[in-house]
Design a protein around this ligand. Structure first.
Ligand code: GAR
Length: 201
């Protein structure tokens, strides 16, 4: 059976594109059934449009409270009956209520090696700290900021003298491969979360 993916995005969407491309092969075992965003006019939504994938946009400013926004986002996601929700460059935190509706089925990809450098600026923080190795982490989203149980990680060496943009681009190259490999395995084999440990298959 093909797993149904809903992908949430806020930006360029290269991770989304990697998933869309992988899903073109029926043997991959997953299908992107919808792409949701917290803003209009982003390249990630254009990528979904070009692929003929349904999209929805919920902007925080269009709701009276953050809770209303969160519930509307969760309702839209739920309407597509996803097996797995992938946050791929989605720059908003979702609430505990959101997560409770999709228990252990929301994953996020973060451009650092957890538990180091959580938050919005993983590559810049790793560079400023002087880390020699950083990378990307795919994790099950919990109530914290980039704190959930780790599903997969990829290491990327920091090159002397490079800037944040080049480091982030090199992280993203590894991140896309990790995301596609791991989401495919989750779709085909299933997964189990036991405390902090995630087992695929
Ligand atoms: C990715 O590197 C992702 O890990 C990061 O944004 C980038 C999105 O790239 N996410 C975060 O920093 C979330 N805190 P993309 O739009 O090209 O897929």
């Amino acid at each position: 059976m093909t797993s149904r993916l809903v992908v949430l995005v806020s930006g360029t969407g290269t991770n989304l594109q990697a998933l869309i491309d992988a899903c073109a092969d029926p043997a991959y075992g997953a299908e992107v059934v919808a792409v949701g965003a917290d803003r209009h006019g982003i390249e990630a939504l254009s990528r979904a449009d070009r692929a003929g994938i349904a999209t929805f946009v919920k902007r925080v400013v269009d709701f009276s409270t953050r809770e209303h926004w969160d519930r509307a986002m969760a309702d839209s996601v739920a309407g597509f009956e996803p097996d797995l929700i992938v946050l791929a460059g989605f720059m908003k935190l979702v609430s505990d209520d959101f997560l409770a509706r999709f228990e252990d089925r929301v994953v996020n990809t973060h451009p650092a090696l957890s538990p180091s450098f959580p938050g919005m600026n993983g590559p810049a923080d790793a560079l400023a700290y002087g880390a020699k190795v950083t990378g990307a982490t795919l994790f099950i989203v919990d109530g914290g900021v980039d704190t959930g149980p780790i599903v997969a990680q990829v290491a990327v060496p920091v090159v002397d003298g490079e800037d944040v943009e080049t480091l982030h681009e090199r992280i993203k190259a590894g991140e896309r491969t990790m995301l596609v490999d791991t989401v495919g395995r989750m779709a085909r084999e299933g997964w189990h979360v036991d405390g902090r440990l995630v087992r695929i298959g």
